[in-house]
Design a protein around this ligand. Structure first.
Ligand SMILES: *Cc1c(COP(=O)(O)O)cnc(C)c1O
Length: 402
C-alpha cells in the first residue's frame, strides 16, 4: 500500500490478506485470530521472536499482545493519525489510563484543559491523586493561565478538542508552542476527529487517543481505545508499560473495528450533512439561544474549524431558554432520537447535560451553569434527516409551545 494513496483508499486496503506467489488465492478480510497463545516450531524460532521484541518490533509471542488482526488494526490507527505506533486498549478510558500511567510518576504534575471528558477527572480523583500525581484544570483558550499552571514537575499537557459537551475547538498549534517551550508531552483526546477529520499529531501533539467505541467502530457494538504515538522514545515507553499493565483487547473486537472503519469516511460525511441540517432547524426555534457545532457557521470557533479540520461529524449541542420541566418533556417526547450516552454509532442519541456537568467548564455560559439555560446534546445519526427534524419539531411543540 503506497503512502501516496489517499487516506480513504488506504482505509479500504489496509488489513486485507496478502495475495502473492506464496498465497496465490487469499481471503480479502483478515479473520479474527482468536488465540491466547502461539506455538513455535523450534526454540530457535522462539529466541528469534524474543530478540525482535527486545528491539521494540511487533513480533507475535503471546495472545495478550494480539496476532495479525490486532496488528492490522494498529496499522489502520497509525494511518488515521499519521503516527508511528499504535497501542490498543479495551475502551477509550483504558487508552487514557494506559497513557497517563505510562508517563506519570509520583510527584509529577499534569495540566489539563477543563473541557475534558468526565472520566478523566475520575481517573485523577480515584487513582492519580492516590499515586501522588497532581492535576490542574485550566481553560483551553487561556494561554496565560496554562503557562502559570506549569511547574518544574509538570510533564504533560492534556487537551481535548472539540470538547464533547460544548464542542469548542481548541487551538492545538498555539498549545503545542507552550508544550515545546516547557518541554512537556502533549497528549490529546481525538475521539471527535477519529483521525479522519482532524489530525492533532500534525498540529504538534505527541500522542493522540481515540475511543474506537465511537466513529471507528461506528455500529454501537464494541468498546475500544487506541493510543497513537509519534516518535520512537515515547513509543518504547508506552510499549513497555502496556505490557507491564496487561492491557489487551479481544481479536473479535479488533475485527469488528476493522470492519467498521472501512465505511467511516462515508458515514462521517452523512453524519456531518445531517447534523448541519439539524443545526439550521434548531436555529429557527424561538427557544434556541446557542448552537455548538464547529462546522456550523454560527459557532464561535468556526474559523478554527475551517483552519484545522477536514470534515465534521454528527455531534452537536444546543442551549435552550426554558425550564427543567420543558426540557425533560422535550427529551422524553423524542421518538427517533434514543435517550442515551455515547455517540458515533448509526443511531441518533439525545442527552440532557445537567448544570452540575458544566460547573468546571470555563466555556459554559453563566446561564448554563446556573440552570437558566438548558443544554441538550444530540448525536445526529444516519436516519433520514427529514425524520430527525420532524421528530425534533413534534417534541419541541409538545414541550415548548404548550
Ligand atoms: C466516549 C469517549 C471516551 C471514552 O471511550 P470509552 O470507550 O467509552 O471508554 C473518551 N473520550 C471521549 C471524548 C469520548 O467521547
Amino acid at each position: 500500500m503506497k503512502k501516496t494513496h489517499s487516506l480513504v483508499t488506504r482505509l479500504q486496503h489496509l488489513g486485507t490478506m496478502p495475495c502473492d506467489a506464496d498465497n496465490p488465492v487469499a481471503s480479502v478480510a483478515t479473520p479474527s485470530m482468536r488465540t491466547s497463545t502461539v506455538r513455535f516450531h523450534s526454540l530457535d524460532q522462539l529466541d528469534h521472536t524474543e530478540s525482535l521484541r527486545a528491539q521494540g518490533e511487533r513480533a507475535m509471542s503471546y495472545g495478550r499482545m494480539g496476532l495479525q488482526t490486532h496488528a492490522d488494526l494498529e496499522q489502520i490507527f497509525v494511518a488515521l493519525e499519521n503516527g508511528d505506533r499504535c497501542f490498543l486498549a479495551s475502551s477509550g478510558v483504558a487508552a487514557i489510563s494506559m497513557t497517563l500511567l505510562s508517563l506519570l510518576s509520583q510527584g509529577d504534575h499534569m495540566v489539563c484543559t477543563d473541557n475534558v471528558y468526565g472520566p478523566v477527572r475520575s481517573l485523577d480523583e480515584t487513582i492519580l491523586q492516590r499515586m501522588g500525581i497532581r492535576t490542574t484544570y485550566v481553560g483551553g483558550h487561556d494561554y496565560a493561565a496554562i503557562e502559570a499552571a506549569i511547574t518544574p514537575n509538570t510533564k504533560i499537557l492534556y487537551a481535548e478538542s472539540p470538547g464533547s459537551l460544548l464542542l469548542e475547538m481548541l487551538d492545538f498549534r498555539a498549545l503545542s508552542e507552550i508544550v515545546e517551550k516547557h518541554h512537556l508531552i502533549f497528549v490529546v483526546d481525538n475521539t471527535w476527529g477519529s483521525g479522519l477529520i482532524y489530525s492533532p499529531l500534525d498540529l504538534g501533539a505527541d500522542i493522540s487517543i481515540i475511543a474506537g467505541t465511537k466513529y471507528v467502530g461506528g455500529h454501537s457494538d464494541l468498546m475500544l481505545g487506541a493510543v497513537v504515538v509519534k516518535g520512537a522514545e515515547l513509543g518504547a515507553r508506552i510499549d513497555k508499560n502496556q505490557y507491564a499493565l496487561g492491557y489487551s483487547i479481544s481479536a473479535d473486537d479488533a475485527w469488528l473495528a476493522i470492519r467498521g472503519v472501512r465505511t467511516m469516511p462515508i458515514r462521517m460525511k452523512q453524519h456531518a450533512e445531517n447534523a448541519l441540517q439539524v443545526c439550521e432547524f434548531l436555529a429557527s426555534l424561538d427557544a434556541t439561544v446557542a448552537i455548538y457545532h464547529p462546522a456550523y457557521a454560527g459557532d464561535k470557533h468556526h474559523d478554527l474549524w475551517q483552519r484545522d479540520c477536514k470534515g465534521s461529524n454528527g455531534l452537536l449541542s444546543v442551549a435552550f431558554k426554558g425550564s427543567r420541566e420543558q426540557t425533560r418533556a422535550f427529551v422524553d417526547a423524542l421518538e427517533v432520537f434514543y435517550i442515551g450516552y455515547s455517540w458515533g454509532g448509526f443511531e441518533s442519541l439525545v442527552q440532557w447535560v445537567r448544570p452540575q456537568g458544566l460547573v468546571h467548564h470555563s466555556y459554559a455560559s453563566d446561564e448554563l451553569r446556573s440552570g437558566e439555560h438548558q443544554l441538550i446534546r444530540l448525536h445526529v445519526g444516519l436516519e433520514d434527516v427529514n425524520d430527525l427534524i420532524a421528530d425534533l419539531q413534534q417534541a419541541y411543540e409538545k414541550a415548548f409551545s404548550a
